[in-house]
Design a binder for this molecule. Sequence first.
Ligand code: DOR
Length: 447
Amino acid sequence: MNDQHFNLVILGGSVITPSGREKTDVGIRNGRIAEIGNLSRTAAAERFDAAGLHVLPGVIDTQVHFREPGLEHKEDLESGTRGAVKGGVTAIFEMPNTSPNTDSAEALADKVSRAVGRTWCDFAFFVGATNENAETLRDLERRPGCSGVKVFMGSSTGSLLVADDGKLRDVLANGSRRVAIHAEDEDRLRERRVLLDRNAGPVQHPHLRDEESAVRATRRILALARETSRRIHVLHVSTAEELPLLAANKDIATLEATPQHLTLSAPECYERLDAFGQMNPPIRDDRHRQALWQAIEAGIVDLVGSDHAPHTREEKERPYPESPSGVPGVQTLVPVLLDHVNAGRLSLERFVDLTSAGPNRIFGIANKGRIAVGYDADFTIVDLKAQRTITNAWIESKSKWTPFDGMAVTGWPVATIIRGKTVMREDALLSDPTGRPVRFQECLIEG
Ligand code: DOR
């Protein structure tokens, strides 16, 4: 054995492997997990003392909006991924409602080339479906750096929209990877605009974009997915009523919950946060939040994504409905969920299922999402006992705010390791931005 058998060993932590929780060591060579077992006497270039800490598979946030190109005053790929690694996230999937939209091979390639050398974590990009590009999606979804196709069934931030069944059928019929869906029914949203009260503010947001808007869209997309035999992934589910519908169609449909929908509820969040709690689909009353927790407990929720959607303070302070929808979240996903772990709402194993094993399974990630020999050496190392308060001052996002400002949490990400490189430790950024495209089982694999 030479002097440096491993590049890095993580020693003495509680490691969450597919077999369970185990106090052991992890040896890393050339960016991959090379050995799990007692490595305390093995030579390594670098040693990470994880005694008292939990070593989790790197958290993969499969829904973020990083705004580049075109809206860089809100966020860019560097600032967004900086927030990600500060918050313990090792890879992100980014959404296509930038400017221009990511709806062509050129726009996708442009994003990938912007990301290389500037992102702190690994990345993939969704391509946006439009009323015109259905026939190109089969090719686009298999390109390097692509996490799949995203469909907006209802208008949200930006111009991407595929509202009618005929066009949706065309989108679903062209390709094979799982399609990510924003399920709000455009006709219903339009009908309800007349109910707007210009004096009432964002508290009316869940009324204007009501439960039926979400349920109707989810019902429609499930029928179309069934008809076209296409797998779908329904993003940021917000209503109790969608959960049994989705549970009855598990063979074709998976679903995401967000920390916001699991933590905040109406009307309190609007009274306290005003438009800083406004997002699409809206945060709704407590009945829905509790139903989402039951669906986590029951195993129906497949993953948690942050839907990080930053807007500046000035934009958020515009009078409703000119205030844009969306809240930042990539940096707070891990601490907010760890606090729920500490409160007994989910186990640490379920946390891992929702933030790394789930993304791996649902999107067919080639070699990330579990701690096992051969996988990328991506780790989110957490201190389950750390007591901290989430503050706006901690936020790296250009937006510089979080709806969780002032929230005292127990549990904190203390290190982010990506392909064997420690990128964040105790809130300090180390190394350089060396993010790479995430690779997928079904796709042309580069490198
Ligand atoms: O609230 C939201 N904001 N929902 C979306 O669907 C888009 C996002 C954004 O990009 O701002």
